[in-house]
Design a protein around this ligand. Sequence first.
Ligand SMILES: [Cu+2]
Length: 407
Amino acid sequence: MADGGRIVLRPAPVDLDIGGKQIAMSGFNNSVPGPEIRVGQDEMLSVRLENALEEGTMIHWHGIRLPNAMDGVNVLTQDAVIPGGSFDYRFAVPDAGTFWYHSHYLSLDQVSRGLFGPLIVTEHTPPDIDQDITVQLFDILTDVEGHFESMFDPSHYTTEGRLGNMMTAFASRSDVKVGERVRLRIINPAVDRVFRVTIDGLSGLIMAIDGMPLADPLPVDELVIAPGQRVDVIGDVVGEVVLSETTLVDPIPLTRIAISGSRQKRVSPIPPLPLNRLPRPGPVSQSVDLVMQGGAGGPPHGGFGGWAFNDVSGLPRMPLLAAKRGETVLLRLRNETAFAHGIHLHGHHFWETDINGAPTVLRDTTLVEARDTREILCVLDNPGAWLFHCHMLSHQEDGMATWLQVA
Ligand SMILES: [Cu+2]
């Protein structure tokens, strides 16, 4: 395995310029979002975290199947890195695809302030494209004077969470040519907002979801992207590329990638990306219910917080389930609340299933709509204590977290 050389990530306070306005945020290496990390599949990633904040922090590598000690989770895998302190993360990246990193300490506050960035794992043989563009969807909550809103609003804990009043998207390129074949790696690092996105100006297909290539790419319609989720699209540019948020009646443009010339369009079809090597589900050895409870309009529950899993708010002393390495488990995610939740498992991907229980799409974060139920199949082949939580970070902070133990 090659070693890509050590990268330093240094979180510190930084001003973000949005439309000529300066907003005091936090960023890795003086930048919001943080620097894009690129590493080849099966290579080692070495990152030194140097904490220049005035509070603790740590980094989680979202979607990467890594050793438990590198997962960046308070209590379960490491202690917070104190101000002025450092921590070395070093692990191999087994899967090619679109991933991301973010603070996993005081994460509602630190991620909403900008402590996140893209982690791109490149294929051994990259696809034939002209531009590889990362687009990070984000929203920021500002106060009446346009500053970062740092007041605590208890209603965020009982509803959809902390939704920004300013929506944007950070694209790693500002121009393309008509006829170019472009890969868009769309990431949603927003703390609580589910983005519903349309793409104009690109004729293409959904090639991968949550970093995992699809055997059969899907047509691009409205993309529903929950916090933590990713979608890769490859397509040919036919005009200005505009990503818009479509939840409201009038779509809101998030970013525009302008046209700067043209080239001969490819005639070849877009081939699927090579699949990552993940274990297929075997016979189910355990089935466990995860009941989501709480929030405005939700039934009473036994937890102390605004939200709970199985009548417990916050990390329980015992894991939701304990498995032997390699077991296939079925998790029934039952949302009894009036709000959607994006449920994220660390250290693994899992299969969403269809109504017959057959595996469909590999994900690391699944969106369960209000009062809906979803069954997922997990091959628990990575030993350790793995966080399993709602990636709406307001919900996580107020109770929606548990963990799995894999021996
Ligand atoms: Cu939630």
